[in-house]
Structures are given as structure tokens and as C-alpha cells.
Design a protein around this ligand. Sequence first.
Ligand code: KIV
Ligand code: NA
Length: 265
Amino acid sequence: RKKVTTHRLREMKQQGEKISMLTAYDYSMASVIDQAGIDVILVGDSASNVMAGNTTTLPMTVEQMIYHGKSVMNAVKRAMVVVDMPFGSYQGNPYEAVGNAVKIMKETQADCLKLEGGKEVAESIRAILNAGIPVMGHLGLMPQSINKYGTYAVRATEDEEATKLLEDARLLQKIGCCSIVLEKIPAELAGKVTAELDIPTIGIGAGAQVDGQVLVMHDMLGLNKGFSPRFLRRYANLYDEITTAVRQYINDVKSSDFPSEEESY
Ligand code: KIV
Ligand code: NA
């Protein structure tokens, strides 16, 4: 099976084939979703929430992203692997941003990096692109800016923010981003951005008029019972399935049913 590339993503947009994307942070899960045929795997800084139990993505470090990125890369044969640049690693000067980007690419061997923001981080994105590293943009709700928003509510519902988002999307395409994630914005606005751009848009809570969809794997597998935004569709109830399995195991141990003679040497 052929590796999915940035070129292939562009081709998929042109041919009207939707792009499927999910997060993964470890070898085992990345292996399953790659074999299942997912197009893009995002090593998201949402690892901060679902792996480490933090309430925001802000604590994530470059070293931690590299650890998760390497783990995923060890498993993946076909999907394009995108690694999030963590908070603080690219918002300063572009030289620092390139340094961190090169470090992540060297140590993980990933295919692409993702950065949150438009005009504010355009110089950093330019510098990273100039180093030959593909960049996926991320507009709309940007979790690394949660302390600025003070809420995880839908973004760009007002004209001013919607206009800025459209301008940022045009700018990201112009400077050479390979794709843009649109998070939690009105479907109509996402559709407008998607129609204007030649590069693919990948939505999460951004409606159906985009070129692809991304979800956090733990959320779509139902491992995270407390998180139920309307954009989330659950494809499994792993929390309940794991609970049942673990309870059965506990019972079997307590009752000495496990291990049996066949399971012993
Ligand atoms: O970190 C992440 O999981 C993300 C997706 C929600 C797009 O950035
Ligand atoms: Na992220």
C-alpha cells in the first residue's frame, strides 16, 4: 500500500475523495488504525488531555511530542503522520520555531507538523516551510489559546472573527501550508473556506462541507465518558467494554478460575 503524502491529500480534494484523520499517541493504537486504512494520523497535543490527564494542552513539551511521535512512527506504514508543535515551541521568534520543528522532524521522522494560528504565527510557519518541512495549519478553536478565549465554545460566530478566519486561511494557503484543520466553527463558514481554497480543509466540529474529518480517537471510541460535544460521534463504547473485561478478570482471579491447567506450565 502506498504511503499517503501531502500531494495525495491535494489530489483527494481535487477528486472529491474525503480525507479520514484520527489521533494516535502510541504504537499499539497507531498500528490498529493504520492497518484499518486511516489516511492521516495526528499525533495531537491532545495527548496532554487523553494520555496525561491534564485539563489543557498547554503543558505539552517538545520532548513529550517527540516521544509520542516516535511511538506512532514505529507502527505506521501507510498513513501520513502529522505531529502537533506544542504550546510555546513556535509562537516566539521564527528561528526558535525552526529549531524545534527540525528537532521534531529529525527525531520522529514524521511527515508533517501542525501549528495553531494564522497571521500571528505566519513568520514561524514560513521559516519552517523554508526548511522543507510540510505544515498543516489549524484555525477556529485553537486549544493552545484557551486562556485567551476562556471557553471551548464555537468560534467565529461573529462577522469580525469569521472575516479574520477567512483571511488567515487564505494566508496559510499562500505561504504554502499543505492543509488546514478547522475546529468548532459554523458549517457555513467552513464550507466557504473550503470552496475558496485549493488545499484541503479537515474539520472537527466544522460541519460536512469540508474536505475531511478528524476526531480524537479516545473520544470516538467512547473511552472518555464525560466528553460529549455535539460534533462527537461515538463508534464504540470502550469504557464499558473494558470495565466488563476487567471485572471478569477480577472475578476469575478471586475465584481461582484463572489460570486453568491449560494456562499453566
Ligand atoms: O490535538 C488534537 O487532537 C488536535 C485535533 C483536535 C485537531 O489538534
Ligand atoms: Na492539537
